[in-house]
Design a binder for this molecule. Structure first.
Ligand code: BV8
Ligand code: ZN
Length: 244
């Protein structure tokens, strides 16, 4: 399943970066966004994952995020998430960059994480930007939309279309991509920018780029190696092959 070159590069590597997308959480039961089973099938991203949609219809957007939060509360990390913890323990210089907002990497035990698109379990005020803990959320009677004590609308602390990614997270991700020996891109359709740029940047700077996905993507022709199959099967097999 794994080329000799990949194993050679991984055994020699000191610095490894992994970029994950919704596909790594699919086997935990978290729906992906695109494709036949994707969340976007029912809802169009333009209607939900952007600030205008939120200001136009905050209760619809909250309904969508509450549906996803209720679902995420019930799921657990899968062997794919756990395998990435084993990789992190092997490499002195390891960074896990995720587009996912489901917190499953942290629950699995990953430590050095950059959440490019925020975290669905965090909330913040649209007006004063205060972070509001889940337990503090107060919803005025008759409304479905939580309000901050300053009176502002509270939103999920995730990055919507047209919004800038958190600066430190995306800067750290590009710096690491440019200096790593091996870059793994796992379970992402690689259509959302700037995250999708990371594996291409890593390749430009000499990293060996391995894609793990159940089907080809728009970057399959650009990476060094694609392995088609489930992350929950392939990642544990790779960890085993490395003797971890
Ligand atoms: C920004 C909210 C600028 C959080 C999301 C034209 C060209 C290029 C770019 C653009 C463009 N027009 C507009 C843009 C920019 C836009 C963009 O990229 N649009 C794309 C869609 C064309 N990007 C932005 O707007 C970003 N911001 O650019 O700001 C700026 C700069 C300065 C100042 C102001 C503004 C913001 C992007 C973040 C958007 N937020 N969601 C949430 O609610 O989750 S997007 C959404 O897609 C999620 O965040 C998700 O993380 C992200 C990526 O999706 P994937 O994770 O890849 O999931 P997907 O379902 O697509 O794919 C799953 C994959 O897994 C599949 O390939 C499948 O085959 C595979 N799979 C399934 N099962 C398995 C598996 N693989 C392995 N094992 C399995 N078992
Ligand atoms: Zn406020």
């Amino acid at each position: 399943m794994f080329s000799d070159l990949l194993i050679e590069r991984l055994l020699k590597a000191t610095s490894v970066v992994v970029l994950t997308g919704a596909g790594i959480s699919a086997e935990s039961g978290v729906p992906i966004f695109r494709g036949e089973t994707g969340l976007w099938k029912k809802f169009r991203p333009e209607e939900l994952a952007n600030i205008d949609a939120f200001l136009r219809n905050p209760s619809l957007v909250w309904e969508w995020y509450n549906y996803r939060k209720d679902l995420i509360r019930e799921v657990n990390p899968n062997p794919g998430h756990v395998a990435l913890v084993a990789l992190e323990n092997k490499y002195p210089d390891f960074l896990l960059v995720t587009q996912n907002v489901d917190n499953l990497h942290r629950v699995a035990g990953s430590r050095n994480i950059r959440e490019l698109h925020g975290n669905i379990m965090r909330n913040r005020c649209v007006d004063c930007n205060r972070q509001i803990d889940q337990s503090e959320l107060t919803v005025p009677t008759g409304s479905a939309v939580p309000r901050c004590e300053c009176g502002g609308l509270v939103r999920p602390d995730v990055v919507w279309f047209g919004e800038a990614l958190p600066n430190k997270e995306i800067q750290d991700a590009f710096t690491a991509a440019r200096s790593c020996d091996v870059f793994l891109v796992v379970g992402t359709s690689a259509v959302v920018h700037p995250a999708a740029q990371l594996p291409l940047e890593a390749k430009e700077y000499g990293a060996y780029v391995l894609e793990i996905n159940v089907e080809p993507t728009v970057i399959s022709n650009y990476v060094n190696e694609s392995i088609f199959g489930k992350a929950g099967t392939i990642l544990p097999a790779l960890v085993k092959r490395l003797g971890l």
